[in-house]
Design a protein around this ligand. Sequence first.
Ligand code: PEP
Ligand code: MN
Length: 338
Amino acid sequence: MIVVMEKNATEAQIAHMAQRVQEMGLKSHVIRGIERTVIAAIGDKRGGERESLESGPGVAEVVPILAPYKVASREVKPDPTQIQVLGFRAGAGLVGIMAGPCSVENEEQIIASARAVKAAGATALRGGAFKPRTSPYSFQGMKEDGLKLLALARQETGLAVVTEVMSTEEVGLVAKYADILQIGARNMQNYRLLEAVGNSGKVVLLKRGPSATIEEFLLAAEYILNEGNPNVMLCERGIRTFESHTRFTLPLATVPFLHRKTHLPVIVDPSHGTGHSYLVPDMAVASVAAGADGLIIEVHPNPEKALSDGYQSLDFPQFNDTLQRCAKVAQAIGKTLS
Ligand code: PEP
Ligand code: MN
């Protein structure tokens, strides 16, 4: 249910109603919109809650939430959510740019990448330290040493750091170094991990599972939001289809569709979405045109020598050129790269 407060409801009335919701054994999420504040009341109902809440002070109405996901839905929060961490901002007119290598490989590689992506206009540095590789014989990442190098790169450049966390046990460790925790596509439905990042206090970048429906994707986001963490970004990174000319199939209609359903920022990953560096620039530009609130792009000083995903990584000049094109499209649709 959504407890919609009157436009002129006082802070005391809002706090009182949030308390009432909790006394009913429901979770309360206070969501402050531009127009008015609503309180989402989530959990198993025993009956009679709606009538009881409706009579509360400062309450305009109590309405059921129709979508299966609650806190993520536009019904609960009509205004778009904007994420901000260090200089990185995404959502509500700002297109946040995250870029960097697939994996952190060594100090020289990550520092050079950080400087180059920053100079081109990125505000967050990506780089995997814990890598979910299809084969156990592939490079698995530098783990904590990689996290330390990411923190060093942040210190050098001021970029926010986004990196993947693969297991619940490692959430504390990764959160110690990163600004944005990435949940990889393979872990989208690892519910205990979603709850753990929901409790981490960090911004979360949730990647869509390659075979997940949009509803499953939004319900996964709901696990994080339900822990009281409102800072979630959704990332379309391509799905598995019968098509084989690209590594995955990148459905850009996901972007406007998600915007209808949720207030959360929608990010696109054209690198994993296509799997070919020559397709990345055009799909990055197309993502911005489709309304994406951000991009995450793999960039490497020397893609040919990359320890992972070199074939889909841009070199520095290609990334620079891509962002310039993205900036023009963003401007044409009334947005700004951030
Ligand atoms: C990555 O970002 O390098 C990655 C492994 O992404 P995904 O989880 O989308 O495959
Ligand atoms: Mn990768």
